[in-house]
Design a binder for this molecule. Sequence first.
Ligand SMILES: *[C@@H]1O[C@H](CO)[C@@H](O)[C@H](O)[C@H]1NC(C)=O
Ligand SMILES: *[C@@H]1O[C@H](CO)[C@@H](O)[C@H](O)[C@H]1NC(C)=O
Ligand SMILES: *[C@@H]1O[C@H](CO)[C@@H](O)[C@H](O)[C@H]1NC(C)=O
Ligand SMILES: *[C@@H]1O[C@H](CO)[C@@H](O)[C@H](O)[C@H]1NC(C)=O
Ligand SMILES: *[C@@H]1O[C@H](CO)[C@@H](O)[C@H](O)[C@H]1NC(C)=O
Ligand SMILES: *[C@@H]1O[C@H](CO)[C@@H](O)[C@H](O)[C@H]1NC(C)=O
Length: 367
Amino acid sequence: MAAKLLIFLFFTFPFLLQFHFSAGQNPVRAAYWAAGSEYPVSSINSTLFTHLFCAFADLDPQTNRVTVASANQARFSSFTSTVQSRNPNVKTLLSIGGGSSPPAAFASMASQASSRKSFIDSSISLARSYNFHGLDLDWEYPSTATEMTNLGSLLTEWRTALNNESTVTGKPRLLLSAAFFRNSDYYTLLYPITAIRNSLDWINVMAYDFYGPGWSNVTGPPAALYNPGTQVSGDYGIRSWIRSGIPASKLVLGFPFYGYAWTLLNANNNGLFAPASGAAITPGGDLGYGQIRAFIGQNGPSEVYNATVVSNYCFKNTTWIGYDDTQSIKAKVSYAKQNALLGYFAWHVGADDNWTLSRTASQTWGA
Ligand SMILES: *[C@@H]1O[C@H](CO)[C@@H](O)[C@H](O)[C@H]1NC(C)=O
Ligand SMILES: *[C@@H]1O[C@H](CO)[C@@H](O)[C@H](O)[C@H]1NC(C)=O
Ligand SMILES: *[C@@H]1O[C@H](CO)[C@@H](O)[C@H](O)[C@H]1NC(C)=O
Ligand SMILES: *[C@@H]1O[C@H](CO)[C@@H](O)[C@H](O)[C@H]1NC(C)=O
Ligand SMILES: *[C@@H]1O[C@H](CO)[C@@H](O)[C@H](O)[C@H]1NC(C)=O
Ligand SMILES: *[C@@H]1O[C@H](CO)[C@@H](O)[C@H](O)[C@H]1NC(C)=O
């Protein structure tokens, strides 16, 4: 009877069940705080966010335990109370790994049940002792089929341990998220979809770093939402995750609060995909949004918003910078809402310019 009613409801009012299944998961309007940025935690305007990620804790390759560098211990252990002083409802997650953390250590840890257990148990005690609400994995990237399988085992065992710890202690379960590649496959290697769907509260889709002077000899939209004729865009990535079996309600779209500066070969050839000879302004060409706005204020470059790809860029002489300004952020947050994604996140909060992008995102979401 109940089954028949459900089937009736599903075909008649599918939105009712969608609502039912997604109820309980609150939207995610998030940003990472990067310890390396030296941006003071106490300056974060946490009223603009539902969740803040504290980045990064490390994986000790000898013990397979999660550790926090001694230089970070004070800031990490007070992170939650500091950001909650402006917004008591903001939730915090301790993020483990990151782009400069050696992926081999994660591969080794994930390869055996005993080392996975060391990792998982230490992550839980660290999260609890520092008062985080959750944990976030940032392994960049599992790069063999075996590593993808082992990632699945890690996530499944991690979630079981979090459920158990919550039952035993009576505390609300710790949240579990992970930052993954833009697409559901890492250069044809499929992520462990079933384990991800069953274990994670959500995925942070890293829909950025598509073009940069370190790996692209033409200018490009560093975090294009659309990129016709390619598989390198936020929209392509989001759709690949959904097609693989991750519901939109577990996807959080990532965007950068930074851009990349190139040196053009020819100052008069200054559009998207123009030939370039390397980085400008900084050794890697990477610039926070605040630095980009400062460059614009000092040099008065031409500023362009291309709504086809959803990217901003500006150029002056042979300096060309691609980035997300308010128009791109608005379009991406609208996209996340229209496609019923769980939310959005930014890397990283300290690179914003007087809360311009954070506020644009939050207001576009309608918070
Ligand atoms: C934080 O953001 C809120 C919402 O935009 C704003 O009202 C408040 O003034 C901001 N606080 C600071 C210190 O910037
Ligand atoms: C369940 O959690 C408790 C408390 O954290 C821990 O002592 C115990 O080892 C856990 N059991 C399993 C099977 O993980
Ligand atoms: C740019 O890179 C592409 C692909 O790696 C290569 O085919 C091309 O020759 C390069 N162009 C220049 C101007 O270096
Ligand atoms: C936006 O960029 C695309 C891709 O390079 C290009 O085809 C299009 O002409 C650009 N649109 C505008 C208005 O410049
Ligand atoms: C652009 O060129 C002009 C004239 O040479 C120079 O004064 C100015 O500093 C240059 N600006 C940038 C950002 O390269
Ligand atoms: C920062 O933003 C606020 C609110 O938009 C504005 O009143 C203030 O003048 C800005 N401060 C700076 C230094 O730009």
